[in-house]
Ligand binder design. Structure first.
Ligand code: AMP
Length: 285
């Protein structure tokens, strides 16, 4: 496994693979890797001849009062996990390599202009998806992968990337991978490391709300508001939890829906203390 810090090194490596007729998968990450990321790597290693993992905490997707500086980093551990998973190349650029204007700034963005990135997480994180689309576009241009792998944990992100790939004709297959959870149900996240013991316990209200919502729908509840209200009540019963949103939306457009039907996404963001966690489920019928 190689580690590249520059765009030129990645291009040279991928060009050599292409000459041999090999296919390439990309797993974009912000590092502090866990089993959720590993599941994406596994899928890529299975589907593609070569796998590239990018490890880059992208400044353009963080708002002014978010956790850019505090975001956990452990590149030595990340490298070991990638090696174990059979990854071929880690792209670990510094901020100036990705944003040559300096200070993580750019004047060129990729942005979806309709309401899709303004819903759900976009309400409290207005520039987030513009930053995600910009960095993912750059990674696509650098690696030129056949396939790219994203987690359903970030369901709005996944839908936005699919839309962007369609709108900009990227010609890359986007593969969505299921949410990986801790044994007690908490969705794995690099941000779980912020939680103290009490908060870690409180954080279970997210996955419990997911289970409740799923169960109500399985039992025949078709009114999205009733499902959402019951989920909110469960979360509000947890003193350390503060709801950012719990919402039922169309899984493609992120537009709010009233009726539960196939491909509805029920998504939430909840503060546990100062830590903002997300979780979701999609309605399969
Ligand atoms: P991040 O490093 O948090 O930006 O995540 C990188 C990728 O890993 C994204 O596509 C995430 O959706 C995915 N991911 C993060 N956590 C999980 C999880 N628990 N299960 C599945 N995929 C995940």
């Amino acid at each position: 496994m190689k580690v590249a810090a520059t765009i030129a090194e990645v291009r040279a490596e991928v060009r050599a693979w292409r000459k041999q007729g090999l296919t390439v998968g990309l797993v974009p990450t912000m590092g502090y890797l866990h089993e959720g990321h590993a599941s994406l790597m596994k899928e890529s290693v299975q589907r593609c001849d070569r796998t590239v993992v990018s490890v880059f905490v992208n400044p353009t997707q963080f708002g002014p009062n978010e956790d850019l500086e505090a975001y956990p980093r452990d590149f030595a551990r990340d490298t070991a996990l990638c090696e174990e998973m059979g990854v071929d190349l880690i792209f670990h650029p510094d901020v100036d390599e990705m944003y040559p204007d300096g200070n993580g700034k750019t004047d060129t963005y990729v942005e979806i202009l309709d309401d899709m990135p303004k819903q759900l997480c976009g309400k409290t994180r207005p520039i987030h998806f513009r930053g995600v689309c910009t960095v993912v576009s750059k990674l696509f241009n650098i690696v030129l992968p056949d396939c790219a792998f994203f987690g359903e944990k970030d369901a709005q992100q996944l839908a936005i990337i699919r839309r962007m790939v369609r709108d900009l004709s990227f010609g890359i297959e986007i593969v969505g991978c299921p949410i990986i959870r801790e044994a007690d149900g908490l969705a794995k996240s690099s941000r779980n490391t912020y939680l103290n013991a009490e908060e870690r316990q409180a954080a279970l209200c997210l996955s419990k709300a997911v289970s409740l919502g799923k169960q109500m729908i399985a039992d025949g509840e078709a009114d999205a508001e009733k499902v959402v209200e019951a989920m909110k009540a469960l979360i509000n019963a947890e003193p350390l939890a503060k709801i950012d949103y719990v919402q039922a939306v169309d899984g493609m457009t992120m537009a709010p829906v009233q009726e539960v039907k196939a491909d509805v996404l029920v998504a939430m963001a909840v503060y546990i203390g100062k830590t903002r966690l997300i979780d979701n489920f999609s309605v399969r019928m």
